[in-house]
Every structure is written in C-alpha cells, then in structure tokens.
Write a protein that binds this ligand. Structure first.
Ligand SMILES: [Zn+2]
Length: 255
C-alpha cells in the first residue's frame, strides 16, 4: 500500500495519528514506512513482536519466512499464536493475525528455510530472528553484497543482544567480523537451555525500532552491539571493530 502524501484517508489518519503527531515522522515519515519492504526471517520469540510492531507501524510490505509449525512449547513467548494454532504453519497463522491487525499491508509468506534464492527478493531490510549462526551468516553475506540493511538479534536465558548493519552507507564491518563464519553453532540454545519470553520481546521491540530508525534515516549504530541482561535489568553497548581479514567485508580480501 502506498499513501498519498498530504492526502491520507480518514482511517489512515486515525490509524497512524501517533506517528503523524511527531515532527520527525509526520506524513513524510509515514510515507517512507508505507513504501518499505521488510523481510522477517524466523517467526519465533523475536519474529512475533517484530512482525506485530512493523505491521502496526504500517510497513507497506512484509515478508514472513519460517518453515515451522506452531508447537505448544512456543506459546510461552511467541505472542502471535494461540493454542488453536498448534500444528499449523507459523507463516499462515502470522499472516492471518497481521492482516487482521492492518488489512492494508502486502504480506508475503514463505514456509521455507531462508536461502540465497529467497534473499534475492527485493526487500530493503532483512530482520534476522533466527536461532542459528548459519542463517545469520547467510543473511549477512547477502545483505553485504546487495547493500541492504540487516538487523540481527538473539536471546538465551535472561540475556539478549542486538546488532545492526546499514551496508548501503557503511560497507566496512559486518557480522562476520564479530563472529567468524567458521565458528561452530553454540552448544546452548533456547531449546536446551530455556529463555525468558519478555527478554525476546524486549529484543524484538528493539529490532522493530531499529527498522523504523533505518527507514527514517536516523540509524547511526552500524555494528554496535547492544546487550540486555533481563536479570539485572542492565543494558550494555559495545562497539565492535572491523576484522582486517574478514572474508566478507575486508577490502584487502575483495580487491
Ligand atoms: Zn566483516
């Protein structure tokens, strides 16, 4: 859906009134959100709040990628689903709920694992809500090559972290500089060690905020790691450094 600047319908005006009231969003900003195409990879504990907030914010086109079906053990944190959704595809349930929330959006669902082919679709930003390093590295590599923005988060136990890259404006420093692509998958994950639901909610909300910031041109934290410890309630920001010999982004390697 695109908005006609200065010509919002009454319903659009009411729906987005809290954005329109803000000087640094307004109709021009809402138009940018409306014209945006965002791919959400993974519709679990992170992807659910990301999708809900981006749909509510009026992101014009959302891609939803997840091959899984809803399980009872998901419901402790995956807030798009109900018990009646168990054994149904997450992308189908999510599309139904997001369309009910904001019927004007274009929502594309992909009931498959993320792949290079899928990432060739013409999205402006890819939001990594997966639970594995291999997918994260694939998205990083693709977004770097295509000069797209990439917003990644993860959580385990009480802790969450987020890092984002705006490759169109900053081609040095990528996810591979921080965690090398040859690193093994971590032994601990949410399936074997648990996670506190709202910690995922906090990180997913931060991912959605980062997407909105990128689309409105306010993003300046390329490669900065934000960590949240839900047990102590503390946040920590860490600035990563580019790896001189990075396989993905180092000019020494590419040239
Ligand atoms: Zn790199």
């Amino acid at each position: 859906m695109s908005l006609d600047a200065g010509n919002l319908s009454h319903k659009q005006f009411m729906r987005y009134s809290r954005h329109l009231l803000m000087d640094d969003i307004g109709e021009a900003g809402q138009q940018k959100l409306s014209n945006a195409r965002v791919l959400i990879v993974g519709l679990g504990g992170l992807g659910c709040p990301v999708a809900l907030y981006l749909a509510a914010a009026g992101i014009g086109e959302l891609g939803l990628c997840d091959p899984d079906t809803v399980e009872l053990s998901n419901l402790q944190r995956q807030i798009l689903y109900t018990e009646a959704d168990c054994e149904q595809l997450k992308v189908s349930c999510a599309k139904r709920e997001l369309s009910a929330l904001n019927p004007n959006l274009q929502i594309n669902s992909y009931a498959e694992k993320v792949s290079g082919q899928l990432l060739l679709n013409n999205y402006d930003i890819v939001v990594d809500c997966t639970d594995n390093l291999a997918a994260r590295q694939l998205i990083n590599q693709h977004c770097f090559a295509e000069k797209k923005a990439f917003v990644s988060a993860s959580a385990l136990g009480w802790e969450g972290q987020l890092v984002a890259f705006d490759f169109a404006h900053n081609p040095s420093l990528c996810f591979n500089c921080i965690i090398d692509k040859d690193s093994p998958e971590p032994l601990l994950n949410c399936s074997n060690s648990g996670v506190v639901g709202p910690v995922l909610g906090a990180m997913g909300s931060l991912q959605a905020t980062t997407v909105i910031r990128l689309l409105l041109g306010f993003f300046q934290q390329h490669g900065e790691m934000q960590r949240y410890d839900g047990k102590s309630g503390r946040w920590l920001n860490l600035r990563a450094a580019a790896k001189p010999q990075c396989d993905i982004c180092s000019t020494e390697i590419r040239e």
